[in-house]
Every structure is written in structure tokens, then in C-alpha cells.
Design a protein around this ligand. Structure first.
Ligand code: GLY
Length: 369
């Protein structure tokens, strides 16, 4: 059996997000074997249980699951190739076909064991198959724990554009076992820290200062963050999604760094792929420069953030620094309104303005500087 080093604690949280079926979403954070997971498995009247993994979680996380929970001993395991390219209509189609061929019913259960790609794609397929198959998310990466698994945004990339097709549908349960993070390769962990950076900036000066120091130490020593800090970062997302599950208002702040971040990531995808969290970290740094140029954020704060990203992340590939090359991707951004590119502008840690816009000249200026 795979040995996971779970800390001895469990936080249990029921998110006040109503699912369409009328119940709210439960999230457990702590060792899976001490959570309500086995009881929940028993409560489903599922005839068939399917576990979606990628090759990495198949190797590092699956055995622990299969050997710890007898209800899963005979589950069907579906293995995806790892990586963002799997988040595609081709794989969604194959999964819909497979569910149909297995005669999976709405009462059956799909468990997504993996990072953001597995949970985005798996939960998208679950939310669309027979208009909603039972779905449990077991995020195994830092990025999925901090961000992707919380809030019901499911989807796939399409025609080279990020998350173009998708749904907002909450899963039935989310179980986060930080023990899974011990099998995560360091570059993946570093990518997750990019979303953590966003959450610390959204939260306010205290968490940003704390995060900045802890991350600098973590990176220098290749050491993971404390579970207490991890839980704080997770709560930032939970609090926002609870207020605005369908992104009508405040949830838009979770797009901080993502207008440029998605454009950087998509632009580099073919030739020099960069991890999502790395693209987001640079998106945060450059969007802060735009906010500063627009007089919204003071220069010291923008520079501090830029220096932090430059010190801790590898340089942004040259092709991502060419403004014209980013234009097609920015033109497909879901937030665009009135033919204007939109972004959430940081005013100071903990304070922001939603639905701000910027233009090509402003983008060119910050990328050049
Ligand atoms: N990842 C942004 C959101 O969930 O709203």
C-alpha cells in the first residue's frame, strides 16, 4: 500500500452553495480514511462506481484508495493521459461513450482522483451525462485543492482556447487529503502556488505578507506549505464561491491574473507549454502593472508583486511577451464586454475593482517595460 503522510486533523465544512438537487456541498479536508468518505460511499445507491485518474494519479494515489475502501475494490478505473491536452472534446466524447457503453445510470458514481485536468474534465462529463451523474472530487494537486475542485466550474478547452466549453454544476462531495500532495512533482507544486498567490492577494495584507514569506522559504527549501496555511488559502475560495456561485458579482475577483494568465498559457501551449499556475503568477504580475499604469495600484505594491514573481518563477517565454500574439486569445476571453478586454484590478491586497478594461496600447507598454 502506498504510504501517505497525512497530518492528524480533519476540517469538515459544508459549503452554503445550493446544488440544483437541493442539498449543499460538503468538503472534508484531512486524512481521507478519517473523513466521512466511506460512509458517503455507502449512502450512494450506486450499482457502478467509476474512478477517473490520469497516469500519474494511477501510479501514486489509486492503490491507496482501492486498498483503503473496500467499496472501491471492484470499481472501474478509467485512465487518462496527463496534461492539459486531455481537457478536450475528444476525451469528453470518449468518456460519454464509455459511460453509455457501461450503461451507467444517474444513480451511479464517478470519482475524479487527480489534479485540475481530471476534475475539470471529469466533472464536466458528469454534469452533462444524463443531465447529471453523481460525482465526488478527490483533488490530488495543490492547484486542484486551492482552486479547481472548489466552486463547480467544469469544462474543457476548445480550438486552443482555455475553458471555452463548460458548466457550473457543483459536485456531490469534495474530499481533500493533503497526504496526496507528497506524491506531487515539485514543478506541479510550484504551479499550485500561483493560485495560492492570487488567493493571498485577494484576502488582504496579512495573508499576502504571510504567504510571501512562507512561499519564499518553501521554494528555497523545496518544502511544502503548512497545512494550516493551505486551509486558509482554500477558505478564501470557499468564502467567495459561497457568496456568488454563478459569478454574477464578487466571484469575478477569482479571475485576478487570469485574463493575461489564460492568454499566456494558451499562446505557449503548442510550442513551449507553461503550467497554469505559472501563467497565473505572471498574469498577476503584469495585470498589476496595468493597474498601476491606470492609477489604480501604487507603484511599490505593483513592483513588489512583480519582483516576487520574477524571483520565484521561471521567465515567461518570449512568445508570451509579444502583445500581438496574445490578441486572438484575449479576444476569446469569456469576460469580454463591448469589445473590451476585462480584468479584475488589484487596488491593494484585499481591495480590488471588478470589470475594469485595458487596451492593446496598455498591454504593449507593460510587456515592453
Ligand atoms: N477559478 C476561478 C473560479 O473558480 O471562479
Amino acid at each position: 500500500m502506498h504510504s501517505l503522510h497525512s497530518p492528524n486533523f480533519i476540517y469538515f465544512y459544508t459549503m452554503a452553495i445550493q446544488r440544483f438537487q437541493g442539498s449543499s456541498v460538503q468538503l472534508d479536508f484531512g486524512p481521507l480514511t478519517e473523513s466521512s468518505f466511506p460512509q458517503k460511499l455507502a449512502q450512494f445507491s450506486a450499482q457502478k462506481i467509476l474512478i477517473l485518474v490520469d497516469e500519474n494519479t494511477q501510479q501514486h494515489c489509486l492503490e491507496y484508495l482501492l486498498t483503503s475502501f473496500e467499496q472501491l475494490a471492484h470499481a472501474e478505473v478509467i485512465v487518462l493521459p496527463p496534461g492539459e491536452e486531455t481537457k478536450s472534446i475528444d476525451y469528453a466524447l470518449q468518456l460519454w461513450e464509455l459511460l453509455t457503453d457501461y450503461e451507467v445510470s444517474k444513480k451511479d458514481l464517478l470519482i475524479c482522483l487527480g489534479g485540475g485536468v481530471v476534475s475539470d474534465l471529469g466533472a464536466f462529463v458528469a454534469s452533462t451525462y444524463k443531465r447529471g451523474l453523481n460525482c465526488i472530487l478527490l483533488p490530488t494537486s495543490l492547484l486542484a485543492m486551492i482552486d479547481a475542485a472548489i466552486g463547480g466550474k467544469n469544462g474543457i478547452d476548445f480550438k486552443g482556447y482555455k475553458n471555452l466549453i463548460g458548466t457550473i454544476q457543483q459536485p456531490d462531495y469534495i474530499y481533500m487529503d493533503p497526504g496526496f500532495l507528497h506524491s506531487l512533482p515539485w514543478p506541479e507544486y510550484l504551479s499550485g502556488l500561483g493560485e495560492g498567490l492570487k488567493h493571498s492577494l485577494i484576502s488582504g495584507l496579512d495573508l499576502w505578507q504571510h504567504y510571501k514569506n512562507d512561499v519564499a522559504f518553501a521554494i528555497e527549501n523545496k518544502q511544502q506549505l503548512s497545512t494550516a496555511l493551505l486551509w486558509e488559502l482554500i477558505q478564501v475560495k470557499i468564502n467567495i464561491v459561497e457568496q456568488d456561485p454563478f459569478e454574477i458579482g464578487v466571484r469575478q475577483v477569482l479571475n485576478l491574473g487570469h485574463t493575461l494568465g489564460h492568454a499566456f498559457e494558451a499562446r505557449c501551449m503548442e510550442s513551449e507549454p507553461i503550467a497554469h499556475g505559472v501563467a497565473v503568477a505572471w498574469g498577476l504580475a503584469y495585470e498589476a502593472q496595468i493597474a498601476q499604469a491606470q492609477g489604480l495600484l501604487d507603484q511599490d505594491a505593483a513592483q513588489e508583486l512583480f519582483d516576487f514573481v520574477r524571483a520565484n518563477y521561471s521567465a515567461l517565454p518570449e512568445i508570451a511577451q509579444d502583445a500581438m500574439g496574445l490578441v486572438p486569445f484575449l479576444n476569446q476571453d469569456k469576460k469580454n464586454q463591448d469589445n473590451r478586454w476585462r480584468y479584475a484590478a488589484l487596488k491593494s491586497p484585499g481591495s480590488y475593482l471588478l470589470n475594469q478594461s485595458f487596451d492593446l496600447a496598455q498591454l504593449k507598454a507593460v510587456l515592453k517595460s
